[in-house]
Each structure stands twice: as structure tokens, then as C-alpha cells.
Design a protein. Structure first.
Lengths: 161, 127
């Protein structure tokens, strides 16, 4: 699998951005965590108690977030580090931030012109779910829902026009 | 012959992944130093000689591009190859890194094979 620029979409159209976001996410999990994400089939909502966010600025402004349960975040960390799940500790926020950063970078690198014209902020990670996120974005967020084993991961891109 | 590597990234998780990828690529390491940014790496290099530096670009305090500009003045870093590892895919940034002295460039996400493809020629002095 090549996570480079092999699959680059034109800058103008946002119609296929959700598909690109899904591909970008799947590539990060396959290459860096060694696991395949599967499609999320049901509409059930699970608690997202860890949220990582990366800001995008320049030709594309917005926020990309990765939300999941603490159990999913611990599983991601375990797979990234190649250690047993019960050995995972304080690295969870760092790991989820890096996943979010790589998904954001991989996504923008798939859209012509954005690799050069869009910069990423360092990741921010929120633990807990008692918060409200208010964005200046004026379009509905793109959202991709995938399963890591049986655990839901929600990837959202809120674009500011 | 085992090498001494310096891995620079503000994410400790990513530093561990890079170290594991080097091992998976078959690169034997006698010692691995780690630093969270360019300034910390310069401190490491004051006391230690290394054979290979793998460096993130976007980091707080001192980023990878500034770090690489400082290297010519560091005795322990003379002729030490530097491979940049970053999420950014900008060709301009690749050119800037290579023109500043980097020997290679790996884009995240990456496989151990991609690490091997970049690092082995660099260690062999072919880049």
C-alpha cells in the first residue's frame, strides 16, 4: 500500500473527500498499526471519551478529529507500540494525537495542491466526553465511521470555507 | 556492524515506532538516543557520536529544518547522514530539507520497507 500521492484528487471537487478521508484513515491503520479497519454497519453510537484534533490552515482551513472510546484508544496504542494491551499507559494521548496527525497529513496529501498549500497544527487531545465543540465552519462536517475490531472510531473533518 | 542512531520526534510513541521500524528493517543498533526536539538533540550530540539521525520536521522549540541547519557546527555530527521523517508531503519542504543537508526523506505513514529503502543507501554512503 502506498500512502503517497498515487491517488490524488483534484482540488476543486469536495464530492469524494469522504472517500479520500476513509482511504487516508485505512492506510494509516494498515501501515502504522498493522490492522485493517472494517465498515461500520449500524447506527449505534458508542461513547467517545478520547478526542484528538488537528487544525488545518492555508488553502484548506478546518479541524480534523478522531474520536473513540478509551478502550479503542488503548487498543490503538497497543498496536502502535507493539505491546500488550495491559502494558499501555500514559502513551494513549500521544498515540491518538499521532494517528490524527497522520490521517490529516495523508488526507491532504491526496488532494492536488494541498500538500503544499495546507499546514497542520500540532495535535490536541481531549480526554472525557463532557464538552461541546463549536466550530466556525459553515458546512456540515464530513464524517467517516469505521471499526477497529469491534470498536467504533469516528473521523470528522469540519471545513471552514 | 551495529550503528548508533539518534531519533528526534516530539512524540515518544513515534520515536518507539521509528526504532522498531529500523530493527524490522534489519538495521542492527548498538545504541539508540532519543530527543523530543532539535534543541534536545543538539545536547545529545555534544556528548555522543552517532552514525545516523532520523528527524521529524514539525516539532516545538526547534524544528527539524532548523536543527539540520545547526549541524555543520556540531563536531559529533560531521558527515552523519540525516533522514527526515514527517507527515508533511510538501515537495517544497522535501527540497528544503534535502538542500539543507538531509540525505533522505520518509513520509508518515510508512512501512519498515520504506525505512529500509531510505536508510540502507544512506548508511552505505550512496546518497
Amino acid at each position: 500500500m502506498n500512502a503517497g500521492t498515487a491517488m490524488q484528487a483534484p482540488r476543486g471537487s469536495q464530492e469524494n473527500w469522504a472517500a479520500l478521508l476513509e482511504v487516508a484513515t485505512r492506510e494509516v491503520f494498515a501501515l502504522m498499526l498493522g490492522c485493517q479497519l472494517t465498515a461500520f454497519a449500524t447506527a449505534d453510537e458508542s461513547i467517545s471519551d478520547v478526542t484528538a484534533m488537528v487544525g488545518l490552515a492555508g488553502q484548506l482551513c478546518g479541524v480534523l478529529s478522531v474520536r473513540c472510546s478509551g478502550k479503542a484508544a488503548a487498543l490503538m496504542t497497543s498496536k502502535m507500540l507493539g505491546v500488550a494491551l495491559d502494558k499501555v499507559g500514559s502513551e494513549i494521548a500521544d498515540a491518538l494525537g499521532e494517528v490524527c496527525n497522520m490521517v490529516a497529513g495523508n488526507f491532504k496529501n491526496k488532494i492536488a495542491g494541498l500538500a503544499e498549500g495546507c499546514m497542520l497544527s500540532p495535535p490536541t487531545v481531549i480526554t472525557g466526553n463532557d464538552y461541546t465543540l463549536r466550530s466556525q465552519g459553515d458546512t456540515p462536517a464530513l464524517e467517516v465511521r469505521l471499526l477497529l475490531e469491534d470498536l467504533l472510531i469516528i473521523i470528522s473533518l469540519q471545513v471552514h470555507s | 556492524m551495529p550503528i548508533r542512531a539518534l531519533i528526534i520526534d516530539d512524540s515518544s510513541v513515534m520515536r518507539k515506532i521509528v526504532e522498531r521500524s529500523l530493527a524490522q528493517a534489519g538495521i542492527a543498533m548498538s545504541e539508540v538516543f532519543q530527543a523530543g526536539n532539535g534543541a534536545e538533540a543538539l545536547v545529545v550530540l555534544k556528548e555522543n557520536r552517532v552514525d545516523l539521525i532520523l528527524c521529524d520536521i514539525n516539532m516545538p522549540v526547534m524544528d527539524g529544518l532548523e536543527f539540520i541547519k545547526q549541524l555543520p557546527g556540531v563536531e559529533n555530527a560531521k558527515n552523519v547522514p540525516v533522514v527526515m521523517i514527517t507527515t508533511e508531503g510538501s515537495e517544497a519542504q522535501v527540497v528544503q530539507a534535502l538542500s539543507s543537508g538531509a540525505s533522505g526523506y520518509i513520509r508518515k505513514p510508512f512501512t519498515p520497507e520504506q525505512v529500509k529503502e531510505q536508510v540502507i543507501p544512506v548508511l552505505a554512503g550512496k546518497v
